[in-house]
Write a protein that binds this ligand. Structure first.
Ligand SMILES: Nc1nc2c(c(=O)[nH]1)N=C([C@H](O)[C@@H](O)CO)CN2
Length: 117
C-alpha cells in the first residue's frame, strides 16, 4: 500500500504525569505513515483524491493545543482515533517522541499501528 508521510512534526502540549508538567507546555515530535492509494490523485493531479498532509498536520496542531493528557500512550491513541475518523484513514503508523523527558536519552515515546492495511 502507498503511504503519505509526515515526518518530524513538532507540536506543543500539556503532557506528563508529574505536578510540574501540568503547568507547562512541552514539545512532542511526530512521524506518521498514512496508508492510501495515491494512484487516483496522481492520475488526475488532484489533491482532493488523496490525504492532504497539510490539513492533517494542522489538525494535529489543534489536537495538541486543546489536549491536557498525562501519558504519551493516551496522546497517541486518541490522536490516531481522531485522524482515522476525520480523514477516513484505513491504516496508520504513528511514532510520538518526547525529547528531553529522560536526561540521557535523545527522546522517549511510543509507536503504534492502527487499522487494516
Ligand atoms: N510509558 C511512559 N512512561 C512515562 C511517561 C509516559 O507518558 N509513558 N511519562 C513520564 C513522565 O511524564 C516523564 O515524561 C517526565 O519526564 C514518565 N514515564
Amino acid at each position: 500500500m502507498d503511504r503519505v508521510l509526515i515526518e518530524g512534526l513538532s507540536v506543543e502540549t500539556v503532557i506528563g504525569v508529574y505536578d510540574w508538567e501540568r503547568t507547562i507546555r512541552q514539545r512532542l515530535e511526530l512521524d506518521l505513515e498514512l496508508a492510501t492509494d495515491i494512484r487516483p490523485a496522481a492520475a488526475d493531479d488532484d489533491l482532493a483524491q488523496t490525504l492532504n498532509y497539510a490539513a492533517i498536520s494542522e489538525r494535529i496542531g489543534v489536537f495538541a493545543e486543546t489536549s491536557r493528557l498525562e501519558l504519551v500512550e493516551t496522546f497517541a491513541e486518541r490522536l490516531a482515533a481522531v485522524l482515522r475518523e476525520e480523514f477516513g484513514i484505513t491504516w496508520l503508523r504513528l511514532t510520538l517522541r518526547k525529547p528531553g523527558a529522560v536526561a540521557n536519552a535523545r527522546a522517549v515515546g511510543v509507536s503504534i499501528e492502527r487499522g487494516e492495511r
